[in-house]
Design a protein around this ligand. Structure first.
Ligand SMILES: Cc1cc2nc3c(=O)[nH]c(=O)nc-3n(C[C@H](O)[C@H](O)[C@H](O)COP(=O)(O)O)c2cc1C
Length: 189
């Protein structure tokens, strides 16, 4: 029987109305859809997660709220993630940390990469903090990633227009993510 391709979720982490993240996510998903993944594009905003409101520790998986059960099922169905990550105040947006906080086991032993964006830093400070947090979920952060400084200047009619170098960075990131996505299922219970 043929091996199924790993499921990749490209997640737009900004939930801000009018977010640039959707254009960045559309570009990142198009890049991913041409690789070895079963690639899906998600908007965190569509899950409408309130500020963390589960009574029990998420590691127990005893979720009371429908929004948590829906988010849990989505993350559990993925083998790898690309976080489309802006920088807010030198950090990941609170929507991302909130969404991470809702779950534990669903994240474990899964690889994640970042397409980051912002002003001068292109979201690099945000990603460095996010990587530190991800390790507490036993996730594996990728070295390879895409950094988009001055992202507003890269938009043409609402679509992201990037250089060949950036396309090459996306390919390198996805190649590495695929390697990890193939082997990490062996560690999951
Ligand atoms: C609350 C807030 C804080 C921000 N802080 C930073 C920052 O620290 N570094 C940076 O490069 N850009 C910062 N920006 C600019 C964002 O990178 C830019 O607005 C980007 O479009 C945000 O992503 P979004 O449009 O997908 O929400 C900030 C924007 C907001 C709204």
């Amino acid at each position: 029987m043929a091996e199924r391709p790993p499921v990749l979720h490209t997640i737009v982490c900004s939930t801000r109305p009018g977010r640039v993240g959707s254009a960045v996510g559309t570009w990142a998903h198009a890049a991913a859809a041409h690789g070895g993944f079963d690639a899906r594009l998600l908007e965190l905003a569509d899950f409408a997660l309130p500020v963390f409101d589960e009574p029990e520790h998420p590691r127990l998986g005893r979720y009371q709220h429908e929004h948590t059960k829906r988010w849990s099922a989505s993350v559990a169905s993925a083998d790898a993630f690309v976080f489309v990550m802006p920088e807010y105040n030198y950090a990941p947006p609170p929507s991302w940390l909130n969404a991470m906080t809702y779950l534990v086991r669903e994240w474990q032993y899964k690889p994640a990469a970042f397409v980051s964006y912002g002003a001068l830093s292109g979201g690099m400070r945000s990603v460095q903090l996010a990587k530190q947090i991800m390790t507490t979920f036993k996730m594996v952060p990728m070295l390879e990633g895409v950094v988009l400084p001055w992202v507003a200047q890269k938009l043409e009619n609402g679509r992201l227009a990037v250089s060949a170098d950036t396309d090459a960075a996306a390919r390198a990131m996805l190649d590495e993510l695929l390697r990890w996505a193939r082997v990490l299922p062996a560690l999951r219970g």
